[in-house]
Ligand binder design. Structure first.
Ligand SMILES: Nc1nc2c(c(=O)[nH]1)N[C@H]1C(S)=C(S)[C@@H](COP(=O)(O)O)O[C@H]1N2
Ligand SMILES: [Mo]
Length: 309
């Protein structure tokens, strides 16, 4: 089913940096990501939040590391989720170059190993919902993407952010499949990219990201289906037009640009109303925006949710 309305060109989802910057601290405080004292003082969040301090609650226990590190979507290696962990042993996460480029005043190139020292890292425990119907709760460490984008100074023409994964068919065996549109590409509106929940993760469960989970740095956008959270990012590019993503090119009728988690909007081949946590048996209801409606619903106010496939 084709959406009748293209939200990417809807002026209501256009970028409004001023109110966004003003609101960022309030949103962080609302999401419980910084203390009220920090919000009022305007100083950066203190490093070293106690592990577990940001846990979600009794209904959302952290998924065991053994589960989230052994059942992975990483098509650069394989479409077989249980094969990825072993195949990804050949990923060399250091040194790893991350380029920030495009519609920016100050293009940057980072060695990912220095990102934490440059920007500081936060700890975030997020729900993670794959479009296929499985989910997890994962404690991430990472850098809010907004900090990395701010450092590059987006120009007035920047409206979208395009993320690119690695390309090397000699190492990423899955890239030998020429029917897939390599490299993996994902995209966000600038407003989504600047949202305080949006993270560039460099670690999980208190350790560096395992190769199979997207070492050394991956995007995490907790209110969108998992395919938006691109692994092993090599390039972040600010763009004036909407990027075409890997999944839109592979199967445009099934995987859209927006991909907000929505229990009421079925995938063409299955319902999205429920999900199974890795390691659990019983299905549980899927929450609108994956449980982050209070933080992100305002980004889409007035837009038909069916247009946000
Ligand atoms: N580079 C890259 N990133 C990717 C993917 C991929 O195949 N390649 N798969 C996506 C999908 S569909 C999901 S559900 C998540 C899975 O992340 P996990 O294996 O760490 O749970 O990664 C996303 N990011
Ligand atoms: Mo997914």
């Amino acid at each position: 089913m084709k959406p009748t309305h293209d939200a990417s060109t809807d002026p209501r989802v256009e970028i409004t940096p001023e109110p966004l910057f003003r609101d960022r601290r309030r949103l962080l405080a609302a999401a419980g990501l910084i203390t009220l004292g920090t919000a009022l003082s305007g100083r950066p969040a203190r490093a070293g939040v106690a592990p577990g301090a940001l846990a979600l609650g009794p209904d959302d226990p952290v998924t065991p590391f053994e589960q989230t590190s052994s059942y992975n979507n990483f098509y650069e290696y394989s479409t077989d989720k249980k094969a990825v962990r072993v195949l990804a042993e050949n990923l060399r996460p250091a040194p790893w170059r991350l380029e920030v480029t495009g519609e920016v005043a100050t293009p940057r190139v980072y060695d990912v190993a220095e990102l934490g020292a440059t920007f500081g890292t936060d700890e975030r425990v997020y729900r993670f919902r794959c479009v296929e119907g499985w989910s997890a709760v994962i404690p991430w460490e990472g850098i809010p993407l907004a900090k990395i984008l701010d450092a590059a100074e987006p120009t007035a023409r920047a409206r979208f952010v395009r993320f690119t994964g690695p390309y090397d068919p000699s190492r990423f065996y899955g890239q030998r499949d020429r029917r897939q549109p390599w490299p993996y590409v994902e995209g966000l509106t600038l407003e989504e990219a600047m949202h305080p929940l949006t993270l560039m993760a460099t670690g999980m469960y208190g350790r560096p990201l395992p190769n199979q989970c997207g070492a050394p740095v991956r995007l995490v956008v907790p209110w969108k289906y998992g395919y938006k959270s691109i692994k092993s990012v090599v390039k972040i590019s600010l763009e004036s037009t909407r990027p075409e993503t890997f999944w839109m090119r592979l199967s445009p009728s099934e995987y859209g640009f927006h991909a907000n988690v929505n229990p009421d909007l079925a995938h063409p081949r299955w319902s999205q109303a429920r999900e199974v946590r890795l390691g659990e048996m019983r299905k549980r209801p899927t929450l609108p925006f994956n449980g982050y409606a209070a933080e992100v619903a305002h980004l889409y106010r007035g837009i038909d949710p069916a247009a946000l496939r």
